[in-house]
Design a protein around this ligand. Structure first.
Ligand code: ATP
Ligand code: MG
Length: 423
């Protein structure tokens, strides 16, 4: 019986890894320009960390976590909680009053797998801890937006506010009154949510529920003066940075720790899985997890959805091309090729050869399949003169070169259009 990967867990094959590397490289370069530092966090954490931060009555904690109950540990479903845990544990606030951090890695949620929705998926998480200034909110959205520009994916930004512990309870009551009156018309999940997490009814994906909440009260209209000023500020800063957005009173985000600003970047090209990046403020979270009273904000980008978009845009996947394929003919020539290949790799070239003594024809086929830019042919005759035949695969031109790695490298790199490292 063949063993297959678990449902919702996916192998990322070499051709696709090229895209993943592009995404990560673009992200790292941009985050560096925005003065963010990378942090790497463990995948397993105490279950309590997620229950206390994300919230007991959320989809994630209620039904999506991979938990080992007897050990009371969980595979992280997202990175913010771990980021805040590390921030507190290592006293990062002592080193720098405002920490700008990011991490890239796998997350685990037990949900129904479909296109753009897996059980192990990857996120880029970007967080700023230690500031409640609305300039940071807008700057983070500008960062994400620039990332989408640089990677070449078109998205739209939606913005909302969830108020704070001062103004949300009153809004929640108004919303409850509104929802109670419509209870019979809502889906089963939403009828339950009215009791546990009524705000979540606002972003139910069911058409029937959407219809019912069109006239629901909006948090934006029930903010306390602090939140109102903050929200106005964020919008002003977005405009100052040239970022266009649309207000969406139905966007609530599924995690308990959010307050004030929430946002999502959406694509029109992935069907139901429209959100490629989502984030918001969590000003009370650090304190709630036992740290100092500092504000925080962050976003998480779903990398599978991003790679899917890149695939849809480019159509085909291209394997990384070889700089040079060395074809040795005969035993002595193959031995010479073997040492030469090793030298050329030390000099920074992507080089391959055949070790199985195949015919020239078959080796040329291999070189072609690997999209080699050049083939160096070494036969026993050439070997006598310490020379090889270097063939330019694009122009079909051939020239004799001395079998010295410097010379070969010099010829190849002078002729290669872009002799850069891949990925
Ligand atoms: P969704 O509404 O699609 O379930 P979410 O609100 O649960 O998303 P977040 O927890 O905010 O998502 O995660 C941020 C981003 O991570 C999402 O916008 C999405 O791009 C990605 N993401 C979330 N869950 C998955 C998953 N199961 N598979 C792939 N990507 C995911
Ligand atoms: Mg989800």
């Amino acid at each position: 019986m063949k063993i297959k990967a678990l449902n919702g867990f996916k192998d990322i094959l070499p051709e696709e890894v090229v895209l993943w590397n592009r995404v990560e490289k673009t992200a790292r370069s941009l985050l560096q320009r925005f003065d963010f530092d990378e942090i790497r966090l463990p995948i397993l954490e105490k279950t309590e960390l997620f229950a206390r931060s994300i919230g007991e009555a959320t989809d994630i904690v209620e039904k999506e976590m991979y938990t080992f109950p007897e050990k009371q540990i969980t595979m992280r479903p997202e990175a913010t909680a771990s980021m805040v845990r590390a921030y507190i544990q290592h006293g990062l606030y002592v080193r720098k009053p405002v920490q700008r951090l990011f991490t890239i890695g796998p997350m685990f949620r037990h949900e129904r797998p479909q296109k753009g929705r897996l059980r192990q998926f990857h996120q880029l998480s970007v967080e700023v801890l230690g500031s409640e200034n609305g300039r940071i909110d807008a700057e983070l959205m500008a960062l994400a937006s620039q990332f989408f520009d640089e990677i070449g994916v078109s998205v739209s930004l939606e913005l909302n506010t969830l108020g704070c512990p001062e103004c949300r309870p009153d809004f929640r009551r108004r919303l409850l009154d509104f929802l109670e009156a419509k209870k019979e018309l809502l889906c089963e999940d939403c009828r339950r949510r009215i009791g546990t997490n009524p705000l979540r009814v606002l972003d139910c994906k069911q058409q029937g529920c959407r219809q019912q909440v069109i006239d629901a009260p909006s948090m934006q209209e029930h903010l306390c003066s602090g939140c109102d000023d903050h929200f106005a500020g964020v919008q002003k800063f977005l405009t100052a940075l040239g970022i266009t957005y649309r207000l969406n009173k139905f966007m609530v985000r599924g995690l308990d720790y959010y307050c004030r600003t929430t946002f999502e970047f959406l694509t029109a090209d992935l069907g139901a899985q429209a959100a490629v990046c989502a984030g918001g403020r969590y000003d009370g979270l650090v304190e709630q997890l036992g740290g100092p009273k500092v504000a925080g904000i962050g976003f998480a980008m779903g990398l599978e959805r991003l790679v899917l978009l890149l695939l849809q845009n480019s159509g085909t996947l291209e394997a990384t091309a070889l700089d040079l394929f060395v074809a040795g003919l005969g035993e002595r020539a193959t031995d010479r090729a073997y040492a030469l290949v090793n030298q050329l790799r030390r000099r920074g070239m992507r080089v391959a050869m055949d070790h199985e003594g195949r015919s020239l024809k078959s080796q040329m086929k291999q070189a072609d399949k690997a999209s080699a830019s050049f083939v160096l042919i070494i036969g026993d005759d050439e070997l006598k003169n310490n020379a090889g035949l270097l063939r330019n695969m694009a122009s079909q031109e051939q020239l004799s070169v001395e079998l010295q790695d410097e010379e070969i490298e010099a010829v190849v790199s002078s002729l290669l259009p872009a002799h850069t490292e891949s990925g």
